[in-house]
Design a protein around this ligand. Structure first.
Ligand code: FUC
Length: 841
């Protein structure tokens, strides 16, 4: 045993002391977690999620299963996606509202249009508040949230030293020394080690995707030292727990579900080596073992419905599935399970790396110490850079852990949620949040992890068609085509608007979700994929072709009603809606060309696109949030967190700084808007601003926001906090940091568009660019040294970088490539698929 421990330490040592230039990326602490949100460490395989506390006397691992949701058809068999009122009622209201809003806007423009006075000052007013009549019309468009449901916790596994139950946290008196807890994000492996009564203990935890199981191993360096009690607790109330033959089984359903609804099942198999094992009161007691292996799997009978059956449940019993999973791995050696897990994880994680030459955890500080040092300016520069690097890869780690093929997408808390009522139901908010979760997916080379959100979008279409026909109509009252969703969504096909006056109205959500389809194609160039998903995009576009309103003030087409996300007020053609619709039309038209679609609908989209009221620059120089220039727009309205009206800059692609004069003007106006809004905001708001500033080519400003995010909106376990914990900020920040290195939204690859001064020297490997290029580069003193480009689809490679025309391009066989020189900072050359090109000075 001792020998084994030594071997293990050597192995782990190899992980840890990996030379100065490649510090191992991990989160580490010298105390067990007591707080779920701030301290526990996340593990996941896209279906099963766990938060590991790592207590000594009493360890707790809080568990999630990605489809454990209350509400929906399991609660109410007549669940209809949250729609309220009859079609006639809703439509009558919509017609009344549209007309009333047009009148209000016309009156506003006639009486309060902004102007520049004799002193050169912009005089502007705000839209008057909605009167009672308008409020009634608006309120009548709300949906019904009664059966929306919530993502919920499955339960907790406890591993205690004493045989008495339910002690969740350690006692105040420390009975141990050398405590170390970590999350190794390079191997998706958590470890806890400590010394107690002269014995060195080690626990390892991981969740394997290929074996669909959480694996925990407890070892000690002295034989017979492990006496532990293992049991389950859960906040779920409709459950049945039993234990026999070293296996604890839990089955149940969400409390609000009928017997015909969702069923969940979980099994925990305990496999000791040496010692004795017995069962007592549904708990498993192991005495004097040398090692304990714990295997857990869980499942539900949820099926993602993508048709009109609206049947969300499989017929089969999830317990049979779970038993099968456990049986398959019951006798597998730990090393084999671990190897399987690591090779699966590395196949994704290792595709991309990012390192800053000087980054190093000089003082071997724990993560909490690094965060404190970052806040208080007491870290060395190397430590700050190390923390940034860990934080960067933590975003990729979280995506791999919470979003895998055939699973549900990462929700507001990824796959982790505590209790039965997590914040905002840990749902899918589609007015920024779930989209932000996926900004990093393609660029950081995790295309497979992108698919769940695309499949999710597909699953919303059937009910979304119903919503379109039930809630919307053309200006003349005739039916609209297509599909639509709003800003809060669940796994049961909720597509109706929510019921919160200040934010429920966001029909541009479906259009925005289509961006993931387009981006997946754009990065991977998979035409079969585009062919399959094109109808979804086309129908989202046709919804808007039909649903747009002719603004009698200027004859342009606008969204009516329109509400700038969570900021309002209700008006016609707020910039966010207009920008998203224009982007969708653009994506649909580009896709039609790629797929050779000669259908009449394409022309309808072209006509509508040309008549869209476009976002514009205000008299005060800002990028306007509403169609009219409002005072709110000029003053920055209390630094509101939503800046969705800058959609064209990011994540959209209609404004690319440096591409044309007009776009440069827009970019300047957007800069002004961002400066007026200020750098503050919730976690995700700061993360978005990292991206905005990167696209505005101001790397130092992006970096400043990254610093603010790490200082103000990051918890001890590196989770982003709104507050509360909301995962979008983690994902958005990793995306933004990548945008600082490479951008490709403007029909060319732009290298180091926003490299901050603090990232003076470094390298990256495996960043993806649109048109399916994979890039690796290193830089010194902020100057490119060498670049390697892998062409995966044989497209023309157009690169923009300072004086790139002076660089030498070579094919992997040594052949020199003579590029077309567009200007001194931009070259283009043809590539062959599968070929590597190097660019050097
Ligand atoms: C959006 C944001 C809120 C919060 C919520 C989950 O509605 O405006 O700040 O992030 O999503």
């Amino acid at each position: 045993m001792k020998k084994y421990f030594l071997l293990l330490n050597i192995l782990l040592g190899a992980f840890y002391s990996n030379a100065q230039n490649a510090p191992v990326l991990k989160l580490q602490y010298h105390f067990p977690a007591t707080n779920w949100e701030k301290e526990a460490l996340p593990l996941g395989n896209g279906r099963i999620g766990a938060m590991v506390f790592g207590g000594v006397e009493s360890d707790m691992i809080q568990m999630n299963e990605h489809s454990l949701w209350s509400g929906g058809p399991g609660k109410n068999p007549n669940y209809n996606g949250g729609h309220a009122r009859t079609e006639e009622e809703v439509k009558q209201n919509l017609k009344n509202l549209r007309k009333a809003l047009q009148d209000k806007m016309t009156q506003f423009t006639n009486q309060n249009a902004a102007y520049i006075d004799a002193n050169g000052k912009v005089i502007a007013a705000d839209y008057p508040p909605e009167d009672a009549m308008l409020r009634d019309y608006i309120s009548a468009l709300m949906g019904d949230r009664t059966d929306f449901g919530s993502y919920q916790s499955l339960g907790n596994i406890h591993i205690t030293r004493s045989s008495t139950a339910a002690q969740v946290v350690d006692t105040a008196i420390r009975t141990y020394t050398n405590y170390h807890r970590e999350l190794d994000i390079e191997h998706a492996l958590s470890r806890v080690s400590y010394t107690q009564d002269g014995v060195n203990y080690l626990r390892e935890y991981f969740i394997s995707h290929p074996d669909n199981a959480l694996v925990i191993r407890l070892t000690a360096d002295q034989q017979g030292s492990l006496s532990r009690t293992i049991f389950i607790t859960t906040p779920q109330t409709e459950i049945n727990i039993s234990a026999e033959n070293g296996v604890i089984t839990m089955t149940g359903k969400p409390a609000d579900h009928k017997d015909t609804g969702l069923k969940f099942a979980q099994q925990i198999k305990v496999r000791p080596t040496g010692g004795m094992m017995r069962v007592e009161d549904n708990r498993i007691l192991v005495e004097n073992a040398d090692e304990i292996l714990i295997l857990l799997s869980a499942a539900t009978n949820y099926q993602q419905c993508k048709d009109n059956s609206f049947n969300y449940f499989y017929d089969h019993d999830p317990l049979i599935e779970v038993k099968g999973t456990i049986q398959k791995i019951a006798d597998k050696r730990y090393e084999e399970l671990l190897r399987n897990h690591i090779s699966d994880y590395e196949s994704l994680y290792n595709r991309m790396s990012f390192s800053l030459n000087d980054a190093y955890n000089t003082g071997n500080k724990t993560t909490d110490q690094l965060l404190t040092g970052y806040k208080n300016n007491t870290n060395t520069t190397a430590e700050n850079l190390y923390l940034e690097q860990v934080y960067y890869q933590f975003g990729r780690y979280l995506l791999i852990a919470s979003s895998r093929k055939n699973g549900l997408p990462a929700n507001l808390q990824g796959i982790w949620a505590n209790g039965l009522n997590p914040p905002w139901s840990a749902d899918y908010h589609t007015n920024i949040n779930v989209q932000m979760n996926y900004w990093l997916a393609e660029q950081t080379n995790l295309a497979e992890c992108h698919l769940p959100v695309i499949e999710y979008t597909k699953s919303l279409v059937p009910r979304g068609r119903y919503t379109a026909s039930h809630y919307y109509c053309k200006q003349d009252g005739s039916p609209v085509r297509g599909w639509v969703i709003h800003h809060e969504n669940n796994i049961w096909g909720n597509t109706a608007p929510s019921n919160w006056y200040e934010g429920f109205y966001f029909p541009a959500a479906a259009a925005w979700m289509c961006q993931d389809i387009w981006e997946y194609y754009n990065f991977n160039q998979d035409k079969t994929f585009l062919e399959e998903y094109f109808p979804i995009m086309l129908d989202a576009a046709l919804f808007w072709v039909d649903n747009l309103w002719l603004d009698s003030r200027d004859g342009t087409l606008v969204a009516n009603p329109s509400y700038s996300p969570e900021h309002g007020p209700y008006s016609l053609g707020a910039s966010c809606d207009q920008a998203i619709i224009a982007e969708l039309f653009d994506m649909a038209l580009k896709s039609a060309v790629i797929l050779n679609k000669n259908i009449p609908e394409i022309n309808e989209i072209v006509v509508a696109k040309n008549r869209l009221s476009g976002p514009k620059i205000g008299l005060a120089g800002q990028f306007m949030e509403w169609k009219d220039e409002l005072l709110l727009d000029i003053t920055g309205d209390n630094r509101h967190r939503h800046t969705n009206h800058l959609f064209w800059l990011h994540p959209g692609s209609q404004v690319v700084a440096g591409r044309s004069l007009q776009e440069n003007l827009y970019a300047e106006a957007m800069k002004k808007t961002l400066n007026t809004r200020g750098d503050g905001g919730t976690g995700w708001s700061k993360a978005w601003k990292i991206n905005f500033w990167a696209r505005l080519h101001d790397g130092n400003h992006s970096h400043k926001l990254l610093e603010e995010l790490l200082r103000e909106s990051t918890l001890t376990n590196l989770f982003d906090t709104h507050p509360p914990f909301q995962i979008d900020g983690n994902f958005g920040a990793t995306a933004g940091m990548t945008e600082m290195l490479v951008q490709s939204q403007g029909d060319y690859i732009e290298l180091f568009p926003a490299l901050p001064d603090k990232w003076k020297n470094g390298k990256f490997k495996g960043i993806k660019a649109r048109s399916n290029f994979e890039l690796s580069a290193d830089w010194t003193d902020k100057k490119l040294q060498s670049l390697e480009i892998i062409s995966h689809s044989g497209n023309v490679c157009k690169i923009k970088y300072e004086e790139i025309s002076n660089y030498k391009i070579m094919q992997q066989n040594g052949k020199v490539v003579t590029p077309e020189i567009i200007d001194k900072n931009m070259v283009a050359f043809k590539t062959d698929s599968g070929t590597i090109y190097t660019v050097t000075k």
